[in-house]
Design a protein around this ligand. Structure first.
Ligand SMILES: [Zn+2]
Length: 251
């Protein structure tokens, strides 16, 4: 008997034996799960393109409750994030970065409906042509916030007092948050008023209504990278690859 049938986003897959692979799925009902997809590779792959990263699928999973590795039965493709011919290299790299970030932040067996809906919204906005750079900052900001890791923008992390509503924000590493003038000097970085406005937009607007990236988005990228690395205690690979490609393109 099947353990469950659920909607899921494919995060990644790796080879297993000659013809199979293990897929890592972000399921709507059980959070992250790993499942063996028998016959997923080889001459006549059984699942076709259903198991590409960030495809949305409806899957049937078999196995024991709590098992580390389940078995994939049916996988019906609901939506492919990589429709041939409509993707720029930027968008493709961005989507693979999204999958890596979602993988890093998700826990096995722990359903996170908000994270699931966030991922769908970001994939949808990519397809509508939203700027991958801003979508990246959007995804990072919300993943950090949903996991309780985004420092409050209105309270001093040291004294709890209210932060000025305008002007720049000063981050202090030792306090894990933004600090007021009285509690400084802060270690940095400082987020400029522009950066602060962008951040407010990210938390207020849907991901397909963000406009065009500027210098503030780049400042925020570095800031988010530090917050994420501190949380995961490692650097993610994809953002580094994206930066390298961007540098190559600029030559
Ligand atoms: Zn303070």
């Amino acid at each position: 008997m099947a353990l469950l049938t659920t909607e899921a986003l494919v995060l990644r897959g790796y080879k297993l034996g000659e013809t199979s692979k293990v897929v890592v799925l972000l399921t709507r009902e059980r959070g992250k799960v790993r499942a063996v997809a028998r016959g997923a590779r080889g001459g006549r792959p059984r699942y076709q393109s259903a198991l590409e990263p960030l495809s949305e699928v409806r899957v049937t999973l078999y196995g024991r409750q709590g098992a580390e590795l389940l078995r994939l039965g049916q996988a019906e493709l609901l939506h492919s994030a990589f429709r041939a011919g409509t993707r720029s290299l930027d968008a493709a790299l961005f989507l693979s970065g999204c999958a890596e970030l979602l993988d890093a932040f998700s826990s096995e067996g722990e359903a996170e409906e908000k994270v699931y809906r966030l991922a769908l919204a970001v994939v949808g906005a990519t397809e509508k042509g939203a700027s991958p750079e801003l979508l990246g900052r959007y995804l990072e900001a919300w993943l950090l916030k949903l996991h309780g890791l985004y420092p409050p923008l209105d309270r001093c992390a040291a004294c709890g007092g209210e932060l000025a509503a305008t002007g720049s924000l000063s981050y202090h590493r030792a306090a894990h948050g933004f600090v007021c003038g009285r509690c400084g000097p802060a270690s940095g970085p400082d987020l400029s008023p522009d950066c602060r406005r962008l951040l407010a937009e990210l938390f207020r607007r849907p991901p397909d209504g963000l406009g065009e990236p500027g210098a503030a988005a780049r400042t925020l990228e570095a800031f988010h990278r530090d917050l994420i690395a501190a949380h995961l205690e490692r650097d993610l690979r994809a953002p580094r690859v994206i930066r390298e490609v961007a540098r190559e393109g600029a030559r």
